[in-house]
Design a protein around this ligand. Structure first.
Ligand SMILES: [Zn+2]
Length: 66
């Protein structure tokens, strides 16, 4: 059971599975949370990629032994 999305801007109660407010057209909180989660996931992948890049560079670059 999930709550009906209430608009943060005009307090209009929207039907389920609505992405924007029916009354004022602003994005609903549930969608904003999804966008935040997606951004967080992208940031995690960026960190993983950066780590892999650093490890690859560590092994690829000469280490000054010869
Ligand atoms: Zn609204």
């Amino acid at each position: 059971m999930s709550a009906m999305p209430v608009c943060l801007y005009c307090q209009h109660i929207n039907p389920l599975q609505t992405t924007v407010c029916c009354q004022c057209g602003m994005p609903l909180p549930a969608l904003a949370e999804q966008a935040t989660a997606r951004r967080l996931r992208r940031f995690q992948w960026f960190c993983i990629g950066l780590t892999i890049f650093c490890v690859a560079m560590f092994f690829w670059l000469p280490r000054g032994t010869g």
